[in-house]
Design a protein around this ligand. Sequence first.
Ligand SMILES: [Zn+2]
Length: 417
Amino acid sequence: MKEQLLDRFLRYVKIDTQSDENSGTNPSTDKQFDLARLLVSELEELGLDSVELDGRGYVYARLDSNLQKDQAIRKASGPGPIPKLGFIAHLDTSPSASGKDVNPKIIRNYPGGDIRLNGTVSILEKENRHLKDSLGHTLITTDGTTLLGADDKAGIAIIMTALHYLQTHPEIPRPHIRVGFTPDEEIGKGALHFDLERFDADFAYTVDGGPAGEINNETFCADSAVISIQGKNIHPGEAHGVMVNALKIAADIVAALPGDMAPETTKDKAPFIHPYFMEGSVGTAVVKFLLRAFDIQTLEKQKALLEDIILRVQDRYPGSRIDLEISKTYRNMHGALQQVPHVSAYLEEAVRRTGLVPKWVAVRGGTDGSGLTAMGLPCPNIFTGGHNYHGQTEWVSLDIMEKSVETLVHLVQICLE
Ligand SMILES: [Zn+2]
């Protein structure tokens, strides 16, 4: 199974599928279709039904139950219809690092220590606490010039390998299985055009997580904020009393943010406001922010904080105009998942059966599951064994990917028990 998993993974990461948040198209980049088309042909080869790629880059497929229709499902709650279980992963890689010409390096039987990727980039043991849990594993890294794309091609390879396993083990009773591969997760649009009716699952799991045994049913609540600043430009020689410099206003706004509410100064369940883009000249400037918190009330407070900063800064720059626009990105899925506790319970038990210790971790980010859960499809997240996503030091343990495949195969059985 390990070699098949490795083969698939290497095949998928070599296809550039970087998404682009500045694109207005769906999917945001055409090249995501390259991987989508390959997966369609592989799903067909695996013998799945209703394999479809839609015009927006979503791949859907089905593997129907091998139980007889009239066979009663013995569940703790008594007989019921055959469940419809979904698995989801995303096609795209992050815009924050190149995904072109990925040249994966394979380290078999990792002996410990730092991993040198090239002359300047290394994966350091002291910055990667999970390396010491990976002794003897097969690790896959980059050559230090691109991201790896384990986020989320590890998830795709895990799902495809689990499907192959189920197809070659028809003696394992299974529910109806639904598969979905989404574009543009990294730019927050993976759930946007997901066709729930076509997918047709009762509940699903994204395979888009991190370290061994970590599972997620809690994510940030996320909004984005754009502050647009109108200054007044004039020749500097005649500027006295007239010029209003939008760049200085932008700088003052960023400087007024609380230092203890930044991504670089917070962890666990602490919220942050993150200015991530700034552009402008004397006349106009734009600053973009991510607002992140685990509950809506805190998100509202962050919005109020920005409004307050704007009022204070505007006071110092008469004649300026500062506009704030907030847009909703995704919401914490925890509340909705608490309404269907069996969905998380199945997952916890499936991880336990692989021999790993299940560990619920609140994601300091979002997944497709955040959006899908809000749309009515309960959707926790499963580890892949990947680390340092979105950068050149990304790495993944093939041994943990294999544990993730096992988790999916256990899930298939547990939901029928
Ligand atoms: Zn991901």
